[in-house]
Design a protein around this ligand. Structure first.
Ligand SMILES: *Cc1c(COP(=O)(O)O)cnc(C)c1O
Length: 364
């Protein structure tokens, strides 16, 4: 200790140092290139966010949320940490909590898949299960009243990340394209869960004065799509989705509409067929939202192709497919949810072979 008063600054400094060391040990994620025979003039790139140590793009968000809480003086030694998440955010936040010697609690619906609860408990996290999703906010408030630090992914995702660079995902993508034929992509495509990724990318494209447009790939009827179309923050989803991580039921506080140039709505069966196609093309499994991204990329590519344009399209592989062995990649689960991916698999195959999106009548 250097100061006369122990205001906890020493612990904050040590904890920031631990986060800095973690960042230094971590490599940047690959920007994989995929070529599709029907699109000779279009290069597809997919940033492999599943490669982070905690398995998804939420590794970036969790690191930012801890830094933000620390630098705002909201997180102190021995304090508990809490967030509302049943998905990849909880896993990444629990991963960082363990690194920092903190105790993490995830408030989540009791209906959360047992595999996820096991994964969280293996990271020494507590799963606080609520029967009714409407009770989540009340439980969070109770943890905060008990002294826990609320990481607040949905409230802070767009501001906890440095949008002007500092190795954010957008800066990384643009840097990785530097020696490509088209270093300024025509489109970047991502999903919206918290909205943090689309906010970071959209702002960075303007800041760097790039012509690249941003497309949000959304499950059909999701709240981002409804809200963006009508410019209405009170919009709700018109249908639920099976795709995890995206397709929120309401317009989340970090959903920014003004920096999004297009929203592509993708049916769940198409997204899942997309995830299967990614497995064939890359040899690895990725989750359903990566499939949503792929389908949106193909639709944008077909439009570029039809108008005689070429260029690059960049998107994300959001999380590891192993998390979905019992769902997206399980035939009995698909059947139980009335999902038939066979027609979509042949449509997507036709699209990558011919460069044309299947005629509307064939998709009906
Ligand atoms: C969170 C998440 C997204 C969306 O990213 P946001 O930055 O939260 O909008 C997409 N896919 C998966 C698997 C996610 O966990």
């Amino acid at each position: 200790m250097s100061g006369a008063i122990d205001d906890g600054r020493d612990w904050i400094h040590r904890t920031l140092h631990t986060l800095e060391r973690e960042a230094l040990r971590s490599a940047d994620t690959h920007l994989l290139r995929l070529d599709f025979p029907g699109f000779a003039d279009i290069a597809f790139y997919f940033k492999d966010e599943a490669a982070h140590p905690s398995g998804s793009l939420k590794h970036r968000l969790a690191r930012s949320l801890y830094l933000y809480a620390l630098c705002n003086g909201r997180l102190r030694a021995e304090q508990g940490v809490v967030d509302a998440s049943s998905g990849s955010t909880a896993i990444s936040e629990a991963w960082f909590a363990r690194l920092l010697g903190l105790h993490f609690t995830a408030v989540m619906p009791a209906s959360t898949a047992p595999g996820k609860i096991r994964e969280l408990r293996a990271l020494d996290a507590t799963c606080d299960l609520v029967d009714d999703p409407a009770q989540v906010a009340t439980r969070i408030a109770a943890h905060v009243a008990d002294g826990a630090c609320f990481l607040d992914q949905f409230g802070l995702a767009e501001r906890a990340t440095d949008w002007r660079g500092n190795n954010n995902i957008a800066e990384s993508i643009i840097a990785q394209l530097a020696r490509e034929t088209n270093p300024q992509p025509a489109w970047i495509v991502c999903g919206a869960g918290t909205g943090g990724t689309s906010a970071t990318i959209g702002r960075y494209l303007r800041y760097r004065r790039l012509p690249t447009r941003l497309c949000v790939a959304e499950p059909t009827g999701g709240a981002f799509a409804e809200g963006w179309r009508r410019c209405d923050r009170s919009a709700g989803a018109s249908q639920p989705t099976l795709i995890e991580g995206i397709g929120r039921q309401r317009v989340e506080p970090c959903f920014l509409f003004d920096i999004v140039d297009a929203v592509e709505e993708v049916d769940d069966a198409a997204s899942i067929a997309g995830a299967w196609l990614l497995r064939e093309r890359t040899g690895y499994r990725y989750g359903g939202s990566s499939g949503t991204n792929l389908v949106a990329c193909l639709r944008l590519a077909a439009r570029l192709h039809a108008s005689g344009q070429g260029g690059a399209i960049v998107s994300l592989l959001c999380d590891r497919g192993e998390r979905y062995d019992d769902t997206v990649f399980a035939a009995d689960w698909l059947a139980a949810h009335g999902i038939d991916i066979a027609p979509w698999r042949s449509r997507l195959q036709t699209c990558i072979d011919t460069g044309a999106w299947p005629h509307a009548a064939a998709v009906a």
